[in-house]
Ligand binder design. Sequence first.
Ligand SMILES: C[S@@+](CC[C@H](N)C(=O)[O-])C[C@H]1O[C@@H](n2cnc3c(N)ncnc32)[C@H](O)[C@@H]1O
Length: 208
Amino acid sequence: MTIIRKVRRLLKVIRKWFRNLIRPFLIYIKVKLGIPVRFRSPARDFLENTILPYYASQEDLSRVLFVGSDWYTIHYKKIFKPTVEYWTIDPEPKQARYGAKNHIVDYVENLDKHFDSGFFDIIFCNGVLGFGLNEREPADRSFGSCYSCLRKGGVFVIGRDETPGLLSFSVDELSSMHKFKPHQFAPCATGNYSLKPQHEYLYSFYVK
Ligand SMILES: C[S@@+](CC[C@H](N)C(=O)[O-])C[C@H]1O[C@@H](n2cnc3c(N)ncnc32)[C@H](O)[C@@H]1O
């Protein structure tokens, strides 16, 4: 290997190391300034470019819940019309800074303690299974609570990482899920949209 190649390789490593070092700082600054920060992945691109805009364009939408907040979800509220009441819920108090103006600090299991039955038109539960909501019982209670807080005809969207071994139970076997009916996500004409083989990720659509 020539000396020039060695130097180029070293510079590439230094650039990558430097990017990784300043990335959290850049994210912090952007969040503070209210600049949308995107976390790029095939699953998230599908959520942000297809799922959320599709439901945001529905005329009869008035109340939306997005479960779990993080630095890359701050701008989701802006996808919905200002007339839409956009809510978020997360049990971690420090995640509230990434949540909506209407934010609840609590587990989604307790959703029905905060809202009347039939309150929401749509609930998105993305990236929470296996990332905090890890056990069968809490997951069953959570989805039962989501069912109760959805209006009749309301839509429930679950986005989940399908990495083998991440979850020790099958979501579709939970008794709370049996109350929902499958729902066709019109843009893809399916109720289960898998990102495989690009990404071990699945979006499932249900209706109350
Ligand atoms: C990986 S992040 C996902 C954030 C976001 N929902 C998304 O689209 O990726 C997981 C978030 O879910 C929250 N979380 C974990 N268990 C939860 C539960 N039982 N109810 C509500 N949120 C929960 C965590 O605190 C964390 O902020």
